[in-house]
Write a protein that binds this ligand. Structure first.
Ligand code: AMP
Length: 218
């Protein structure tokens, strides 16, 4: 069974790879970023609180994310394995996750770190667009839709994430380097870390990701 953490800077292709793997393996994807954006859209008090952080490109406080994550993990679709996209992002979150999973006798099987240099990240993130309905993602230069600004799959008008503006992307990369990068050593010490080169097309990166998943299952 696969229980996988995906690590990578914003725009490293984590979300794209998460959707690919989940479709092929039929496992749940938990994206704390999506959960946070959902509650922002619902306009709840907690959503307003989240927005103060996401708009600035800062990480949301650990306890808020942990509560959100834990509720999601309880859902039945997670029983057959899961892939975590954008969680954990701090050592405190990684430690809390480890405790939760040990209590369920479901330890992680793999931590995949998708590596892309900062210069490439920034260009990728600011050109990113997504479909608000089916969440499919595009890039204005690298993966443009057939008709500009329109989703190929459902015809909805594409949007840009509020936090994909240049200044906010720079802050998010800084947060990654300060707070999330140490997780690479955390998982290396547990012998479940696998580095993947994140340069190239989604298909090329996908082949490397599949090879890592297979070697961890062997
Ligand atoms: P993402 O879609 O994963 O890039 O997340 C978008 C934003 O949501 C991040 O910039 C953070 O503000 C917040 N966020 C998502 N996941 C986490 C997390 N695990 N810990 C703290 N903040 C998070």
């Amino acid at each position: 069974m696969m229980r996988v953490v995906l690590l990578g800077k914003p725009g490293s292709g984590k979300g794209t790879q998460a959707r690919r793997i989940a479709e092929a393996a039929d496992i749940a994807v938990i994206s704390t970023g999506e959960l946070i954006r959902d509650s922002i859209r619902q306009g709840t008090e907690i959503g307003k609180e989240f927005r103060r952080y996401t708009d600035a490109g800062l990480l949301v406080p650990d306890q808020l994310v942990l509560d959100l994550f834990q509720q999601r993990l309880e859902k039945p679709d997670c029983a057959h394995g899961f892939l975590l996209d954008g969680f954990p992002r701090t050592l405190a979150q990684a430690e809390a996750l480890e405790k939760m999973l040990v209590a369920r006798a479901q330890p992680l099987t793999l931590a995949l770190s998708i590596r892309v240099p900062d210069e490439v990240i920034i260009e990728r993130a600011i050109g990113r667009r997504f479909c608000p309905k089916d969440k499919h993602s595009y890039h204005v230069s690298y993966a443009p839709p057939k008709v500009p600004d329109i989703c190929d799959l459902c015809g909805s008008k594409l949007q840009q994430r509020a936090d994909d503006k240049r200044e906010v992307v720079l802050a998010r990369v800084q947060e990654y380097n300060d707070k999330t990068a140490p997780l690479v050593d955390f998982y290396a010490a547990r012998h479940i870390l696998h580095d993947v080169d994140g340069l190239g097309t989604p298909e090329q990166v996908g082949m490397r990701v599949d090879a890592a998943l297979q070697s961890s299952a062997a």
